[in-house]
Design a protein around this ligand. Structure first.
Ligand SMILES: *Cc1c(COP(=O)(O)O)cnc(C)c1O
Length: 374
């Protein structure tokens, strides 16, 4: 069994992907070909933003807007402690300093913890609060109803990390449209993935969009060889855009299927583990279906025994960011990051993709129940 079965998806879209990729091969516009612009337009319409700027990865989609904000080491950017490394790494790459914030029961940034961290930073006076990176972890939007007013109150920018959240929404307002600017990833395993690395940035801010367009290509000015600022080679290639165009055709249907799979897991595993909760009015794109075992021993047992049954189990994430070696030299308010550290010991994720069939879900759930004696 595959954790994310990209082959089944490929069989569904095969003809269309081949046709679109072949068209790129026949016309040789490998960089910034017409498919890139067509995709950007469709993605902007999909999320409901004025501008979409595609780029080379989800990491670049975070780094480019942060470079546009012109961070220095004294600038603090608030990031949840429980997320993929790139959510915070991007801040360092852009020259700023990440400050970690605890998560809530939805695995997303805890708004109370955020406000406490902002106030603590202000009191200490060493760093200047500049921005917030809420993450739509596992497919569910962060709590923007609570976070956006805090950003407003303290005058901070909000960069939404929607790398896992593309396709999710809050009362119909889609992920990729929250805050000042949003980043997503098209890494193959994400809800909307290409066949390599890719990403996209969304904003309604024309000035920011123009600045990011320049940063995407070596800080380009009016002319290709006129460089007015530092930038990078951050373009997404045309073949990958062709793949995204193809996958967009089936994406809405896949979201419904992902929710079908999540509902089914929920029905079969009710009362057995701590299941993922979805906030009222939120719609998840279910990048992952993540639950909590009783303790780390039970989780180890589950992983080992499921492996024997050939069912892959993944742990997202075993080490919170403030406990990562790369951040070990910094001072963290560990006590305030307790919940993320605690869940990191117990979380595990089961296979999740739109093509998972009911009999497979039942087999996975039966195996899990068998292991824990439920
Ligand atoms: C995957 C991911 C990224 C980085 O995306 P890449 O395309 O792999 O660079 C950033 N943030 C989160 C939350 C992610 O899951």
């Amino acid at each position: 069994m595959q954790f994310i079965d990209l082959e089944r998806q490929y069989r569904v879209i095969e003809d269309d992907v081949k046709r679109r990729m072949n068209n790129v091969l026949e016309t040789q516009h490998y960089i910034m070909g017409p498919e890139v612009l067509e995709m950007e337009k469709k993605l902007a319409d999909f999320v409901g933003r004025k501008y979409c700027l595609s780029c080379a990865s989800g990491t670049d989609a975070l780094v480019i807007p942060l470079m546009a904000y012109g961070l220095t080491k004294k600038d603090a950017v608030f990031v949840p402690s429980f997320t993929f490394f790139a959510s915070a790494e991007s801040v360092n790459l852009a020259g700023g300093t990440p400050i970690f914030v605890d998560i809530d029961e939805y695995y997303n940034m805890n708004p109370d913890s955020l406000e406490k961290a902002i106030n603590k930073t202000l009191e200490e006076g060493k760093l200047i609060p500049r921005g917030i990176i809420p993450v739509d972890l596992f497919g569910q939007s962060a709590d923007y109803d609570a976070i956006l007013p805090i950003a407003e109150k303290y005058g901070l920018f909000v960069l939404e990390d929607a790398a896992q959240g593309f396709g999710g929404n809050i009362r119909g307002k889609r992920n990729g449209s929250f805050g000042d600017v949003s980043a997503t990833s098209f890494f193959p395993a994400k809800p909307l993935g290409c066949y390599g690395d890719g990403g996209a940035i969304f904003t309604d801010d024309e000035k920011l969009y123009k600045l990011m367009t320049s940063i995407r290509v070596h800080g380009q000015g009016n002319d290709k060889y006129d460089n007015v600022r530092m930038g990078l080679n951050g373009r997404m290639d045309t073949l990958q855009a062709a793949v995204i165009l193809s996958k967009l055709e089936v994406f809405e249907k896949e979201l419904i299927e992902r929710n079908r799979v999540a509902d089914s897991y929920r029905r079969h595993l009710e009362g057995v583990f701590e299941l993922p909760k979805v906030q009222e009015g939120f719609y998840s794109s279910w990048a992952q279906f993540t639950m909590r075992a009783k303790d780390s021993e039970q989780r180890d047992e589950i992983i080992a025994k499921m492996k024997k049954k050939n069912i892959p189990i993944m742990v997202y994430y075993p080490i919170p960011l403030h406990e990562q070696t790369a951040y070990s030299s910094e001072n963290h308010d560990k006590e305030s990051l307790r919940f993320g550290s605690e869940v990191a010991k117990r979380v595990f994720s089961v296979p999740m993709h739109p093509y998972l069939e009911e009999n497979e879900i039942v087999a996975i759930c039966d195996a899990l129940k068998d292991i824990v004696g439920a």
